[in-house]
Design a protein around this ligand. Structure first.
Ligand SMILES: [Zn+2]
Length: 233
């Protein structure tokens, strides 16, 4: 029985390794997604700010054009003021010119504000572009690394699984079946025992059972967690 137990513990160790590798493999895609969204965020923020700047520049052009048109209109209007015959029409024309001049002041102050924002944004974009250039390569490197890790882990799981199949063949059938039944519910399926205690669930093993365990005559299960017990050496 002692030999069988040794083989079973070896199998359990292989299983633990496979489980750990499979778990690490499982976690990688979401880690890659997280990195990818970091990349996207960086680029999206840069693009959004760029798009906004393009709109502001368009707006600037429109307003500049509007300004030129208004100024031309005033010049023409002032040019024909003296040709106006009636007082009423003259005052109406003066009022129109005054309104247009007020509109020009408004456009000019809006333009000034807009140019300030464009200046600020242009500087901000230069910094942001630098930041993206600095931050992108290490994130991309991490993504490549993690994708590589997936391949490596899958290869290792494959190798260990082959080793596991070999180990199973060396084991006595009844013991293997018992192990698999426990493993389906509970991992690990074996538990070391030491100082009279199951070291997986901390249950005190009754002294009689502990004596049996030390004899290596039969398979002993922990009365609480039902794992197959072995003496810790
Ligand atoms: Zn236990």
């Amino acid at each position: 029985m002692k030999n069988e137990l040794v083989k079973l513990i070896e199998l359990s160790k292989i299983d633990a390794e496979i489980d750990a590798m499979a778990e690490a493999r499982e976690e990688l895609p979401s880690q890659i997604d997280k990195l990818q969204s970091q990349l996207n965020e960086l680029e999206n923020s840069l693009n959004e700010k760029k798009q906004e700047l393009i709109l502001w520049e368009k707006d600037k052009k429109t307003r500049e054009q509007e300004l030129t048109e208004k100024k031309d209109w005033i010049a023409k209007r002032e040019g024909i003021l003296k040709e106006i015959k009636t007082n009423k029409e003259y005052h109406a024309a003066l009022k129109e010119v005054a309104q247009a001049k007020k509109a020009i002041t408004d456009i000019e102050s809006a333009l000034l504000q807009l140019m300030g924002r464009i200046d600020e944004r242009t500087k901000e974009l230069a910094d942001l572009e630098k930041e993206v250039i600095e931050k992108k390569p290490p994130i991309e490197e991490q993504i490549r690394g993690k994708k590589g890790q997936i391949g490596v882990l899958e290869q290792q799981v494959g190798d260990k699984t082959a080793e596991r199949i070999q180990k199973e063949k060396e084991l006595e059938e009844g013991l293997l079946k018992k192990y698999k039944t426990i493993k389906a519910r509970l991992s690990p399926a074996v538990a070391p025992a030491g100082r009279g205690v199951c070291l997986e669930c901390n249950m005190n093993i009754p002294p009689q059972l502990y004596l049996e365990l030390q004899k290596f005559k039969q398979v002993i299960s922990c009365p609480r967690c039902h794992r197959i017990l072995y003496l810790e050496t």
